[in-house]
Design a protein around this ligand. Structure first.
Ligand code: UP5
Ligand code: MG
Length: 186
């Protein structure tokens, strides 16, 4: 699940989980949880998120794999990761796994900024200065990951403007098709 800050990844993940029963792994949520857990990485994660930069792959990959290993679900929906080619390569190397499908939430910057600024959940990165940095990092480091998966034919582009339900109507058929493929295999 890829897309810029505020493109609606987390919101759609909730609906995907309700409908299709995946285990939702939000890299950002896992990092925020680690940040407040007295971890040795706490202050590094805080500073990195505040600057809109990307936490070193080894930290994020470890958190994601730990969640995967402790889950009894075997269908994972990874939200907001990999953020960079370095992230992607590290994850694929350590896990030996690749995504079956990649959703890209394509959203104009002004819409993303507006959504993030009106979220009001107290996130340290939801201020205009950090949002500008997050957008720059998204373009420079995350778009190449989407290009990589697009060349492999894995990317489904979702128009992320519209109501939550309208967007879900684009998302649903992608997962319906996955379900059908899995049924055909079994
Ligand atoms: N909203 C959602 N959909 C809407 C719609 N259709 N119409 C109107 N409003 C809509 O949505 C954002 C807001 O918009 C919400 O208030 C929602 O109600 C509303 P949300 O679904 O939360 O969007 P999302 O794409 O999840 O936005 P988020 O801000 O979480 O995206 P980011 O990718 O920026 O945040 P993330 O938590 O993934 O990462 C945060 C930081 O952690 C990164 O900047 C980085 O510093 C660090 N990080 C890493 O270093 N490595 C990682 O692998 C991951 C994160
Ligand atoms: Mg999110």
């Amino acid at each position: 699940m890829e897309g810029g800050p505020g493109s609606g990844k987390g919101t759609q993940c909730i609906k995907i989980v309700e409908t299709f029963g995946f285990k939702h792994l939000s890299a950002g949520d896992l990092l925020r949880r680690e940040m407040v857990s007295n971890s040795e990485y706490g202050s590094m994660i805080l500073n990195t998120i505040k600057e809109g930069r990307i936490v070193p792959s080894e930290v994020t990959v470890k958190l994601i794999l730990k969640e995967m290993e402790s889950s009894d679900n075997h269908k994972f929906l990874i939200d907001g990761f990999p953020r960079s080619e370095e992230n992607r390569i590290a994850f694929e190397k350590i896990s030996g796994a690749e995504p079956d499908v990649v959703l890209f939430f394509d959203c104009p910057e002004d819409v993303m900024v507006k959504r993030v600024l009106s979220r009001n959940q107290g996130r340290i990165d939801d201020n205009i200065d950090t949002i500008k940095k997050r957008l720059k990092v998204f373009e420079a480091l995350n778009l190449p990951v989407i290009d990589y998966y697009a060349k492999k034919g894995k990317v489904h582009r979702i128009n992320a403007v519209g109501t939550v339900d309208e967007i879900f109507e684009q998302v649903r058929p992608v997962f319906k098709a996955c379900e059908q493929k899995a049924l055909n295999r079994s």
